[in-house]
Design a protein around this ligand. Structure first.
Ligand SMILES: Nc1nc2c(ncn2[C@@H]2O[C@H](COP(=O)(O)OP(=O)(O)OP(=O)(O)O)[C@@H](O)[C@H]2O)c(=O)[nH]1
Ligand SMILES: [Mg+2]
Length: 438
């Protein structure tokens, strides 16, 4: 199993969150300690672990956006931070005509990966050719020939030097995707850098993929940065993720090195290769269904955008409108209150019903406003109030009430810009604004 330890560590943490009674500072810290332990045992750099914990803690303690319980938000933050930690973006592999040069130190898995990548492109309908530019080790050409046979693709190997092999192949080969093997070394010394640069000048590769074995853990960062500086790389292949507990460290290190991981190798067979997508990877690692369901719930409410704006301190009638909409999207205000820890059941029923009835008309009033009025509701005075009431089929009193609530909300948001703590966070303030207590 790939990254078994890290996967079970994260799963354990998520289960713990789900089972929490109250999400307070202590609970958050205790769960973060568990996560730190499992990251450190996966050889993740201590500084990265510390940054990750700080990020998660900050986000969770700022409070959940409207429409989400804090527990759900905690899970969402854990998931998103894990994705960003292990790679942020997907390493796109275009399905087009291209030349790929594969480089890396001794035994990192270059040749094996080339066989796998050949199969990967072939299965997707592109003709592939392999070029045996490792001329240092006598058995290297034999190995590549065997890999080519297994993958069902031709191998070009004529020539004494690596440069000659490349030149001959470029003259002869007609395949869309050409993958060039190269010789490994114990270290990235000047000799290797020179050879790879020369090879690069002849091949003019679209991609230079650096192969790193997962067992080097956090050293992946340094190696990737050195290769990037000396010879230039366009992406990384992490191999042998099946055979080490240090894979998490290698992926996290690659993610901060600035180069994207394009493929991961998860075994010795030709099929043991995946185009790397951190989101899919983490989802698989911790159980796809749970996370997806949660994220969809968050999306439905459309609260993410609003929450962000609120946290940035931007507050207009539009933001206010999105808040109201987000709440109605979640069903009803009553339901939302039930989801907020510490709030459920605490309110006399009637209070909420009235608020909800009133709120239902607000979107009509707001949509009758001009863009300028939405941006600066302060402009809305007597004659405009009359117009808005008529335009939205409401009364002037109802328009005034909306404006009053908007003003109060804006005041609260200003006071709590970057609001701290659960009880004073934006969600609590919004709740208070609608007559609820936290
Ligand atoms: N378990 C596992 N083994 C792998 C993986 N990728 C490569 N290997 C093994 O690692 C060893 C070295 O692989 P090669 O492909 O020969 O490595 P190389 O970088 O071409 O080596 P040199 O050409 O000698 O520098 C072989 O025994 C492979 O079977 C992987 O993803 N998982
Ligand atoms: Mg090799």
């Amino acid at each position: 199993m790939v990254l078994e330890n890290l996967g079970s560590g994260l799963k354990h943490a998520l289960r713990k969150v789900a089972g929490l009674g109250v999400v307070d500072k202590e609970a958050v810290e205790s769960i973060l300690r568990d996560i730190q332990r499992s990251l450190l045992s996966a050889d993740v750099d201590v500084a990265l672990v510390s940054d990750l914990s700080k990020n998660i803690k900050k986000k969770v303690l700022e409070g959940a956006p409207a429409g989400m319980s804090l527990k759900e938000y905690f899970i969402k933050v854990l998931y998103e931070e894990a994705v960003s930690f292990l790679g942020k973006e997907k390493g796109e592999v275009p399905l087009k005509k291209q030349r790929i040069l594969v480089i890396g130190l001794f035994g990192s898995g270059k040749s094996t990966s080339i066989g796998k990548i050949a199969k990967w492109f072939k299965t997707r309908g592109l003709p592939v050719g392999l070029v045996a530019c490792d001329v240092h080790r006598p058995a290297a050409k034999d190995q590549l020939r065997q890999l080519g046979e297994k993958a069902g693709v031709p191998v070009y190997e004529d020539g004494e030097t690596a440069e000659d092999v490349a030149k001959n192949a470029l003259k002869k080969a007609k395949e869309d995707v050409l993958i060039f093997d190269s010789a490994g070394r114990d270290a990235l010394d000047e000799e290797l850098a020179k050879e790879l640069k020369n090879l690069g000048k002849i091949i003019l590769p679209d991609e230079v993929l650096l192969v790193l074995p997962a067992e080097i853990g956090q050293a992946a960062r340094k190696q990737s940065e050195e290769f990037a500086k000396l010879v230039g790389i366009t992406g990384i292949v992490i191999t042998k993720l099946d055979g080490t507990a240090k894979g998490g460290g290698a992926l996290a290190a690659a993610a901060v090195s600035g180069a994207k991981v394009k493929f991961i190798g998860t075994g010795e067979k030709l099929g043991d290769l995946e185009a790397y997508d951190p989101q899919r990877f983490v989802s698989k690692l911790i159980g796809y269904g749970d996370i997806q369901g949660l994220l969809e719930k968050a999306k439905e409410a459309g609260v993410e955008k609003t929450a962000k704006k609120l946290l940035e301190g931007e507050f207009t009638m539009e933001t206010f409108y999105e808040q109201i909409e987000g709440m109605q999207g979640m069903g009803s205000l009553t339901k939302m209150v039930d989801m907020i820890p510490g709030m459920g059941g605490k309110l006399p029923k009637g209070v909420l019903d009235i608020q909800e009835e009133k709120m239902k008309k607000w979107p009509f009033i707001i949509t009758s406003m001009t863009p300028k009025e939405k941006k600066e509701p302060e402009l809305i005075k007597t004659s405009r109030i009359n117009r808005l009431a008529k335009g939205s089929g409401t009364s002037e009193t109802e328009v005034r009430e909306l404006l009053k609530h908007y003003k109060q909300a804006k005041k609260v948001m200003k006071l709590t810009k970057g609001g701290k703590g659960l009880k004073r966070g934006p969600l609590a303030q919004i709740a208070k604004q609608f007559g609820m207590k936290m």
